[in-house]
Write a protein that binds this ligand. Structure first.
Ligand SMILES: *Cc1c(COP(=O)(O)O)cnc(C)c1O
Length: 394
């Protein structure tokens, strides 16, 4: 009998493999996630359909250009965009989108990147919107030009301008509203890129953002869309998406060759968009609200502890509670409590000091059943451990 082909042998063998607890073997501990789908915490729990699609794609090989065309068209149809591609995260989309606006399909320019000396390389950005990820705009050789007013933009735009950039999830940091910023870009004929990475859920925001008129928009795949961890989306104008693809893998000499997206991630990202659009987000919002409200009720039973329920503005619509405690009664600050939760067993990750101003935040989006009670119980235990003598003696 002829030996089994590589694929047949792989699939048969994979199905018969014993279960292995790789993380236990490595000594890497699972944790309770009371923050949400952060990159440093492994991203979102993928939809089961995404996992199945990724599994499928590992067993069938197709040409990557064919896959890119077909998935791109399907995602464009689903979102209302002219064109689409799957990227290596939102930051990969920022790099390739910026490279697209700098090179505009010019072979010689694409060869030169990140040497941007002989092409438009300036990217206009609002001073208040400089942020954590803007280095990805600079990565292909672009230079950021900070502006504050509409007049600044008109004075700054020249034949060196490649792109204008807008960060959608921090409206409070923009002294020019998105609509006006877009209108100025159109008037000046400059492509405008929008980072909308964390503005889903609700996933309906994607169609709304597309309809606003940005030329390129990026999303994170492994956050609110519950797609593959390292995938993302770049949506936008047909010509610009084509140029972005030219600057990326599988093209051998492309500047963005290293931002390779696996076929299973490419397909998985499409299925994540489909699933996200079908999903009853209001029911999910109510589910999460119930969990955080239950945590709030538990915590309110601890003397000197209060909570405030909130929903982020502009960011993913995930309800959370702020937890406050009487610092004279419990001698522990937010950073120390966070650290104590992290060092416990099982470790618990909570949001503190980052987006918030010295506040502790708890969300339910990534909590599994039964974990909310563990989180509130551990917070209670840590606070009581630090109760000041005056109160402890009563
Ligand atoms: C997370 C995030 C990114 C980076 O997304 P990746 O998919 O991890 O590359 C970019 N912009 C914003 C606003 C984000 O929150």
């Amino acid at each position: 009998m002829a030996p089994a082909s590589h694929f047949a042998a792989t699939q048969a063998a994979a199905a018969a493999l014993p279960k292995v607890d790789y993380y236990a073997d490595l000594g890497v501990k699972p944790f309770i996630n009371a923050i949400g789908p952060y990159s440093s915490l492994g991203g979102a729990e993928m939809w089961p359909e995404v996992i199945a699609a990724m599994d499928y794609a590992t067993g069938v090989k197709v040409r990557m250009d064919d896959l890119h065309d077909a998935v791109g068209q399907r995602i464009a149809a689903l979102t209302g965009a002219d064109s689409a591609m799957v990227s290596s995260g939102a930051t990969g989309a920022m790099i390739l989108g910026t490279a697209a606006c700098m090179t505009m399909g010019d072979e010689q320019r694409m060869e030169r990147l990140p040497d941007s000396s002989e092409m438009p390389s300036e990217v206009i950005i609002l001073k208040g919107q400089r942020y954590l990820y803007d280095r990805s705009i600079r990565a292909p050789g672009a230079h950021l030009v900070e502006v504050e007013t509409a007049a600044d933009i008109r004075a700054a735009v020249s034949d060196k301008t490649a792109m204008m950039f807008y960060l959608l999830n921090r409206p409070e940091q923009a002294n020019i509203a998105a609509e006006e910023y877009i209108a100025i870009a159109k008037e000046l004929g400059v492509p405008i890129f929008c980072d909308a990475a964390t503005t889903v859920p609700p996933v309906g925001n994607i169609k709304k953002t597309v309809a606003m008129g940005f030329d390129l928009i990026c999303y994170s795949g492994g956050k609110g869309l519950r797609g593959p961890y390292s995938a993302g989306l770049l949506l936008g104008r047909k010509d610009l998406i084509a140029y972005a693809r030219q600057n990326g893998s599988p093209n051998h000499r492309a500047y963005g060759r290293s931002m390779k997206v696996a076929p299973e991630e490419y397909l998985g990202m499409l299925v994540a968009v489909e699933k996200s659009l079908e999903f009853d987000e209001d029911a999910e919002f109510r589910r999460q609200s119930n969990v955080v409200n239950a945590m709030a009720r538990e915590l309110a039973l601890i003397p000197g502890v209060t909570t405030v329920a909130a929903v982020p503005k502009g960011e993913a619509r995930e309800p959370y509670i702020e937890v406050h405690w009487d610092k004279t009664r419990y001698d522990v600050d937010v950073a120390a409590l966070k650290q104590a939760l992290r060092e416990g067993d099982p470790p618990i990750e909570v949001r503190a000091l980052f987006l918030s101003n010295q506040q502790l935040h708890l969300t339910a989006v990534a909590l599994k059943d039964g974990e909310a009670q563990i989180v509130t119980g551990r917070i209670r235990g840590i606070l009581l451990q630090h109760e000041t003598r005056a109160n402890a003696d009563v």
